[in-house]
Design a protein around this ligand. Structure first.
Ligand code: 5GP
Length: 215
């Protein structure tokens, strides 16, 4: 065995949506999940928010001006959009479509209202909600990040509390108490979804096992 992962052929990739309140640790979890799962494309969002230290154009986000965002939104370039804490965020449609058609899974990190739009537009998408272990830990994480003003920290905390009940609209919930465990769990979900009979091209497989016609 070469160790190469052989998976059942699929005609289309799965769309995996991860949401979770600010401070749930989505970025760290996703960075690790992406390293550990082959054939997984990360959907880079567009945002009007200013880059944080270390964030790179086209890697973490496409950083765009408000006017550009609005004209692209009006042109239908985005699969979904949302305003979050005073900034706009949107998922460019083209990369998602291209990757899914090529049979790759696409993973996106979007907030709950954007996820609602994807749920309506993309049947079959898989929705995972990542939660912090407690309110105290959530506050500690947002403060530790140190990238926001005290007012912005409070705004994000209030938003997080408001978002938690959205968990009921998701397919899976993962608690990020331990980073490694959360990563393993999400990785398992992605791989299990790939093995769903309804997503695999089982017809051609079954035909391969048909008894040969006597002659
Ligand atoms: P941050 O400013 O901390 O990077 O992201 C703020 C929130 O926006 C997070 O909850 C993140 O999941 C969400 N977000 C990032 N990109 C998108 C997007 O393209 N669409 C939507 N709806 N939310 C996004």
């Amino acid at each position: 065995m070469s160790g190469e992962r052989i998976e059942f052929p699929r005609t289309r990739g799965n769309l995996i949506v991860i949401s979770g309140p600010s401070g749930s640790g989505k970025n760290s979890v996703l960075a690790r999940v992406r390293q550990g799962v082959p054939n997984l494309t990360y959907s880079v969002s567009a945002t009007t928010r200013a880059p944080r230290e270390g964030e790179l154009e086209g890697v973490h986000y496409f950083f765009v001006k408000h006017d550009e965002f609005v004209s692209r939104m009006e042109a239908g370039d985005f699969l979904e959009t949302a305003e979050f804490c005073g900034n706009y965020y949107g998922t460019p449609r083209s990369l998602v479509e291209r990757s899914l058609s090529a049979g790759d899974d696409v993973i996106m990190d979007i907030e709950i209202r954007g996820a609602d739009q994807v749920r309506a537009a993309m049947p079959g998408a898989v929705f995972i909600f990542l939660v912090p272990p407690s309110y105290a830990e959530l506050r500690a994480r947002i403060e530790r990040r140190g990238s926001e003003s005290p007012e912005a920290v409070e705004r994000r905390l209030a938003k997080a509390v408001e978002e938690i009940p959205a968990v009921f609209r998701y397919d899976y919930v993962v608690m990020n108490y331990d980073l490694g465990q959360a990563v393993d769990q999400i990785r398992s979900i992605i791989l299990a979804e790939r093995a769903r009979v309804s997503r695999c091209d089982c017809g051609s497989f079954v035909r391969r096992f048909a008894p040969e016609s006597p002659n």
